[in-house]
Ligand binder design. Sequence first.
Ligand code: HXC
Length: 524
Amino acid sequence: MPSEKEHIPESNNDKYIDLEKMRKHSKESGGSEKIAIQHEKGKLTARERITILVDEDSFHEIGDFVTHQSTKFEMSSNRPMGDGVITGYATINERPVYVYSQDFTVFGGSLGRAQATKICKIMDLAVQTGSPIIGILDSGGARIQEGVASLAGYGDIFYRNSQASGVIPQISVILGPCAGGAVYSPALTDFILMNKKNSFMFVTGPEVVKAVTGEEVSFYDLGGSEVHTEKTGVCHLVGETEEQTLQLVKNLVSYIPSNNLDDSPISADSIKETNQLLLREILPQQSDEPYDMKDIINTIIDSNSFLELQEKWARNIVIGFSRIQGSTIGIIANQPLFLGGAIDFNAADKASRFIRFCDSFNIPLLTLVDVPGFLPGIKQEHEGLIRHGAKLLFAYSEATVPKISVIVRKAYGGAYIVMSSKHLGTDLNLAWPTAEVAVMGLDGASRILHKNRLNTENNKDEALDSFVEEYKKEFVNPYQAAELGYIDKVIFPEETRKEIISILEVLQNKREQSPRRKHGISPV
Ligand code: HXC
């Protein structure tokens, strides 16, 4: 096949001329007027988006002549080619991907039977060939004129999303409305990206909300990027513009393998080491003072390689991909800047889903621990801290990829266990000399242990101070855990990167068999 750039001799064969016309026609989408409206809204067209997303000239469209077969509501006289979605395969950084991009200029990108069949076809191809699938969504939802056939189309996509889960990475890029049950396809995928201004996701829109509850709310306030990055955690990454959002997709893809049997790409460019001695400077003098855990992360990893996910939601835990010696690792770290790094129900959700992604796709896990415990409070208990916290235990225990943990400061109570402790099958547990591994914090533990004596002491404060000192000496260090073998090695901060590199090397052929079963039952 000649590429479009090559010179094609003029043909007098009608069949060639017809095909040429049909191709041109299919590329016209909903026509110049609708394209102009799309641009006026500050949005790109479905094709422009694909061009930005994939390697130059790598996109191969399939299904461009597909039309709907609906006859109701005068639909038979309006059969645009492609049926409101552009589907095909391409490469990103020379690695194959499958892409679909909904075309808002055709029936508002709404999904009918034909559009769904096109999407399902490339989802099937992506699974069969072991390549990521990237959906660009910009749609009014189920195509009203097609009735239940549209709902069936969504059902077919949801089924495939679920079947593909853990087999190939699935990425959803929301660049327009994504309303009604349509949100559940992205929700089933691994990563959701939004554009700051023009992306909206909600199950019931502002009009329905007003009719049912009387509440008045704008599209943006109901399901815009701010809501889903800060309040719900639905969105993993957000771009200022569509171009930037699509660049973020490319960056994300550069960290992850193409399928569950593949290795992550290695980036030789990324191997740049920061001065490791800087790690000694990060922890504050007082152990209850906050600091930014990302300073530790960014010093240990290949410089500038941290891609943080869900950055503004559940900020008390940090998750993201990064590289060590060019290889991808998944990082989970408590963040003392927010809620003192305590685990709440959202943090547990955030980390456990990420761990499960990494485990499915052979990405080693590095956990950096500084956790005072689970977050106390009525709201926490009533929102299901038990159920959500259990997810995190389950995710770590289930994961068979190489698991490394480094306790840098606090590791108290149940949160010590949950944050990738030895007891959950972690391969190598490291600790800095600044680690504090104990059942409870100093004050609380001393008060409980010495309750009776404190009641009888004349100078209660002085007595408490001395009990605290005694407790501190006994437990506020990593050495009891090291004696018992729960910590494999106590290291200086500057040895951390070197240790992780060697452990990852040793663990690269790790094989762990889980008991035979259909599947475990994660406490969802
Ligand atoms: C058919 C649709 C459509 C739909 C939009 N259009 N949504 N056609 N089915 N679901 C058409 C419009 O008729 C219009 O056609 C064109 O797309 C552009 O729509 P506008 O309304 O002019 O655009 P805009 O003002 O930008 O508003 C976009 C919108 C709005 C916010 C998406 O159209 C809207 O609210 N649509 C309905 C959203 C919705 O409630 N969907 C849920 C459906 S139920 P013309 O010919 O005039 O250009 C659902 C359930 C799925 O999705 C369940 C799965 C389990």
